[in-house]
Design a protein. Structure first.
Length: 337
């Protein structure tokens, strides 16, 4: 083939590939996909945890603000995001107090920390974490915060995992570093076992009562605990990552629906009757859901096509309706107001 012939073929190939690429981009835009479709605008600004009708979450969209605490109007969660300079792996807030779990990739466990922050996101207290951040919660009054970390294994669906769950008094700094030291009552008797794990604390308004998951002997249990008495009592089986409703009559939780598999279905349990019902979300939810109000739950699901990102979804708490996208590229929601 002559040099001129080669040049002609190369030029044609470039034009063809360029046309195909343009067609792919245009098709992605038409379907609402790809960078040209436009995601939420993200800009640095002032984020506070004061009483306001806003939604905060951790931004997981690609870019320099990935992992930053973001804020949007609660009524328009798809609006432009204002992001702070506080970055976390897990976050939760209530009554002007927040807990931020930080994990440095590739760092030793002692470099992971829990930060207690005020309404202006200033660090009030800092505690070393015993492992990889998993769950975080603040009590409705802001008086207590809790967190769970993995100290072995990195998934609740793993064949073997170990957790450490702590509760801290945000005012005094007094720390209960390990709920495994609490006295356990099961079926009316004290229970002891070397394989006990706790995770997923959720608090009552009385600044003493909490609910959590107890894992032991291959079973998970919903427990009701007392901070002051350092006790927990089992209430129901096959309950993980509970979340107490604002009216404190129900607990939302993930229920394992296939033994030996990491498949969970979100349910709601009536605490007075211990009757449960599944929610309309059919995907496996590996998250501790958040109540946006007494009727609506929010939770994270892996973003389609982006395994390292999460989208927030909502679903009615009574089992009706259908799941709806709340915010793409987001996790760890908190409703302020």
């Amino acid at each position: 083939m002559t040099p001129s012939r080669r040049l002609l073929v190369l030029t044609a190939a470039v034009l063809l590939l360029g046309g195909l690429a343009a067609a792919v981009v245009l098709r992605a835009v038409a379907r609402g996909e790809g960078p040209q479709a436009g995601g939420p605008a993200v800009a640095a600004g002032s984020v506070t945890l004061g009483p306001q009708d806003r939604l905060t979450f951790l931004n997981s969209t690609p870019g320099p603000h990935r992992g930053a605490l973001a804020s949007v109007p609660a009524g328009t969660p798809q609006a432009a995001r204002t992001v702070s300079d506080l970055t976390c792996q897990r976050f939760h807030a209530a009554a002007g107090t927040g807990v931020c779990l930080r994990s440095t990739p590739g760092a030793l466990a002692q470099d992971n920390r829990a930060l207690i922050v005020d309404a202006d996101l200033r660090t009030l207290r800092s505690f070393p974490l015993a492992g990889t951040p998993s769950r975080a919660r603040v009590s409705p009054s802001g008086r207590f915060a809790a967190w769970t970390v993995f100290v072995a294994g990195e998934s609740y669906g793993a064949a073997f995992f170990s957790t450490r769950t702590a509760i801290v008094d945000t005012r005094s700094g007094a720390l209960e570093p390990d709920l495994e030291k609490f006295t356990i009552s099961m079926d009316g008797r004290e229970y002891r076992s070397g394989d006990v794990n706790f995770w997923g604390v959720t608090f009552s308004r009385d600044d003493d009562t909490f609910y959590a998951t107890l894992g032991t002997a291959g079973q998970t249990h919903l427990v009701k605990g007392s901070i002051s008495r350092r006790t927990v009592t089992t209430l129901a089986q096959n309950v993980e990552c509970p979340s107490l409703s604002p009216d404190e009559t129900r607990v939302a939780y993930k229920k394992r629906v296939q033994r030996g598999a990491s498949l969970w279905r979100e349910h709601v349990l009536d605490l007075a009757t211990l009757r449960e019902h599944p929610l309309a979300e059919k995907h496996s939810v590996d998250d501790q859901a958040v109540w946006l109000d007494d009727r609506t739950l929010a939770y994270g699901l892996p973003a389609e096509g982006a395994p390292d990102s999460t989208d927030l979804w909502t679903v009615p708490a009574d089992g009706t309706g259908t799941p709806r996208l709340l915010a793409a590229g987001a996790s760890s929601p908190t409703r302020l107001g």
